[in-house]
Design a binder for this molecule. Structure first.
Ligand code: ATP
Ligand code: MG
Length: 459
């Protein structure tokens, strides 16, 4: 009882901050952010709005990242000006009417999201603004800067940087937590998870991505609140999972998700596939490859990664359908559809990814066919590169024959004569027969799996 009371008191120590609370202000010598670190457009937005008399700061992830010595993805601005006031200062700006109105300020190719300070805790979540599980439904209330700090999720996400005075304003001990490398929820963590369960996934993602330890009081309620993720709209959940997978630290994010037992029902990989001796290593390799590509500044395809994460399921289904006597191609089609359908029951992958995922899957057995014209045709396929990368990654994870991946590597690198030689040397009696047969039914076979690929995927 007493412990509960003390916990409550402590847990909420930041939440009771008065709406006119004063921040701790850290000068230039205390924070190490340089004005030049801020994008031109964000700086200009702050300068112009301040000139018009409005308190205006860079806020959130960008300040946090700069303090950690990382390059921010983008720069968000928070201001005391209302959306209309922001609009009137910048000729090139537009109000975006979402749940909460923000203004896009445009300079050249850059856009800066500018939000008016808002008070999330102007009132406690109540029956009017929460659903039956305590989830916040609207937070459309302007507020003071102190309130704007309080409505944010983690203390390290609630720091304001003024590029004019070069000061960091801190209402929630964010600087202290950042120095201690801690991720601390503002206010009572359980309440904040009830308002918005996605914050649990954000804790996993930001903790893993930034190498911050999730504070014990922030971590503890996750075990008893994780089921609330079931009430979050699918699109929002998927968006967050995608952010997690494309964070540049997906391997670590998934590890933390599993440690917090937040992974159930999100993607098959996050549930069981990672432990699967056959598909697990490939799924993991795909996560690692994504992290590596991002570290090298290369583009990554979400569909590729999702296809890799679901591949184990597709393969399992495929084997089942084949063992029931279906031929490979129809079995593969059925396997794909079933995998996607089952996935839709837990976390719906938007349909815009379907076509690319299916194409990658359908091309896999074709890498096992190395006779006749087939390799040439596969090489010319517009998605060859992605499909080959997928196959090579499978091979590297003992999910496909390494020798076949090596053959394809070589086939791509050599000239036309050597390619012919490679084909011929690979040609065996039965395949010649097949070639004749395929010639006879050329029309129907075009573009997809060939009928004689049966058994090819058995290797
Ligand atoms: P990233 O580096 O992934 O962009 P971020 O912290 O900037 O991380 P955003 O989703 O861009 O994440 O959000 C910007 C800011 O908005 C956060 O820093 C935080 O202050 C606030 N915020 C975002 N999501 C929530 C949430 N669910 N609850 C409370 N505050 C949030
Ligand atoms: Mg951000």
């Amino acid at each position: 009882m007493i412990k509960k009371y003390i916990d409550k008191l402590f847990g909420r120590r930041t939440q009771v901050t008065h709406k006119d609370a004063r921040p701790v202000i850290h000068g230039k010598d205390k924070h190490g952010i340089r004005r030049d670190d801020i994008s031109r457009c964000a700086r200009r937005t702050c300068e112009e709005l301040q000139r018009a008399g409005h308190a205006t700061f860079v806020v959130g992830g960008a300040v946090r990242d700069l303090l950690l010595g990382r390059k921010p993805k983008d720069f968000d601005v928070a201001t005391s000006a209302t959306p209309e006031e922001v609009r009137s200062v910048f000729r090139r700006s537009r109000i975006i009417g979402r749940r909460f109105q923000i203004v896009h300020v445009l300079c050249g190719a850059e856009t800066v999201e500018t939000s008016t300070f808002r008070a999330h805790f102007a009132r406690e979540p109540d029956a009017e603004n929460t659903d039956e599980h305590g989830r916040m439904l609207s937070d459309n209330v302007f507020g003071t800067q102190a309130e704007d700090a309080m409505r944010r999720d983690f203390t390290v996400n609630a720091l304001f940087y003024d590029p004019v005075k070069e000061e960091v304003w801190d209402y929630v001990h964010g600087m202290k937590d950042l120095k201690a490398r801690k991720l601390v929820m503002i206010g009572d963590a359980a309440t904040r998870y009830r308002e918005d369960p996605v914050r649990m996934l954000r804790a996993a993602r930001l903790g893993a991505k930034l190498g911050l330890e999730i504070d014990s009081r922030t971590r503890a309620p996750i075990a008893t609140h994780k089921h609330l993720l079931e009430n979050v709209p699918q699109a929002r959940l998927f968006e967050e999972i995608l952010k997690l997978l494309l964070s540049g630290n997906a391997v670590e994010c998934v590890r933390v998700l599993r440690e917090l037992e937040l992974h159930h029902g999100l993607l098959p990989l996050l549930d069981t596939a990672l432990e699967d001796p056959e598909a697990g290593p490939f799924a993991m390799a795909a996560l690692r490859a994504t992290d590596e590509r991002l570290a090298e500044g290369k583009p990554v395809s979400p569909a590729f990664l999702l296809a890799a994460l679901l591949w184990g399921q597709v393969e399992k289904n495929l084997r089942r359908f084949e063992s029931e006597g279906q031929a490979t191609i129809p079995a593969l089609h059925a396997a794909m559809h079933e995998a996607l359908d089952v996935q839709r029951d837990s976390l719906a992958i938007p349909r815009r990814f379907d076509a690319t995922m299916k194409e990658l899957w359908l091309m896999q057995p074709r890498f096992l066919q190395r006779g006749g014209q087939r390799p040439h045709r596969l090489l010319e396929h517009p998605r060859f590169r992605a499909a080959y990368d997928f196959f090579a990654l499978r091979a590297a994870s003992a999910n496909a024959p390494q020798e076949a991946a090596a053959w394809w590597e070589r086939f791509q690198g050599v000239g036309p004569d050597e390619r012919e030689r490679m084909l011929v040397s690979d040609e065996t009696g039965p395949k010649k027969k097949r070639r004749r047969r395929r010639g006879a039914r050329k029309k129907g076979a075009e573009g997809t799996l060939l009928p004689d690929s049966q058994g090819a995927s058995e290797e």
